[in-house]
Design a protein around this ligand. Sequence first.
Ligand SMILES: CC(C)(COP(=O)(O)OP(=O)(O)OC[C@H]1O[C@@H](n2cnc3c(N)ncnc32)[C@H](O)[C@@H]1OP(=O)(O)O)[C@@H](O)C(=O)NCCC(=O)NCCS
Length: 255
Amino acid sequence: MTDPIQTFSLAQRPDLLSAYVNLDIPWPAFVEPTRLLVEWGLHAHADHQLIMLDGDTPIARAASLPLHWDGDPQTLPRRGWDGVIEQSAIDTYNGAELNTLCALEAGIDTGHTGRGLSQTVFTALRDHAREAGFEHFIAPVRPSGKTQYPEMPIEDYVQRRRDDGQRADNWLRIHERIGGRIIALSPTSMTITAPLETWTAWTGEPFTTTGLTTIPGGIAPVFVNTDLDYAVYIEPNVWVRHQLTDAPTTEGSRS
Ligand SMILES: CC(C)(COP(=O)(O)OP(=O)(O)OC[C@H]1O[C@@H](n2cnc3c(N)ncnc32)[C@H](O)[C@@H]1OP(=O)(O)O)[C@@H](O)C(=O)NCCC(=O)NCCS
């Protein structure tokens, strides 16, 4: 029997761009689509954007961009997720050797979460990176279970394991299960700044006091400034590298 789930890139199926963009991925409202990714990356690198169909129904997507990286964890983009998009644009326009594919999103449509699809989607992206001949495949991973521990330092959070030895965080667990290894932390991976009215619309919170406060869906607190009428959210992510060759890896797991 053939597998009803099929994967296409947007280069193969440009007719699926609208379906790709309009999938209902369960991001918190404050993680809005990044214009540089949507208006530039999806088009400039359509071959690295994957969409999965169950029959004719779009159910998941995986976004990634190529960049140049020398393989040293010390030289990963300092601004993590935000930095990868900028660096991909710079490296693309400068004609740099795009030897690294960086995953930016694996998203499951809300109607299809909890089916075990996340591993399928990420594995498909990793296999794509391998088949496309990239030297490195990396991801600034959002540890999605950290919404339960927004005030815990990321250094402590990544150490957490279940009694069976697997990682406590559900998304880091999937990465490790398919061979991903943590190579660095990214304390400032995604920065979101907006007026308090916008934050209230996103979260339903009133934001009446200056200082750090937690928000629904946040994996870190936001800093609120009522005098200047803004709040800043700085999300930490976890750099994970997936081996694309059979060669032994030289870097160890950080935790
Ligand atoms: C994170 C996401 C990809 C997970 O996809 P999913 O299809 O719901 O997850 P799966 O069914 O594949 O389950 C993956 C693991 O998470 C666990 N899990 C699923 N939902 C969970 C929940 N609400 N709380 C805790 N763990 C959960 C599963 O038990 C599984 O772990 P296991 O295999 O050890 O049992 C999906 O929720 C999503 O698209 N989120 C928004 C985008 C995002 O955060 N992407 C990841 C960062 S780019």
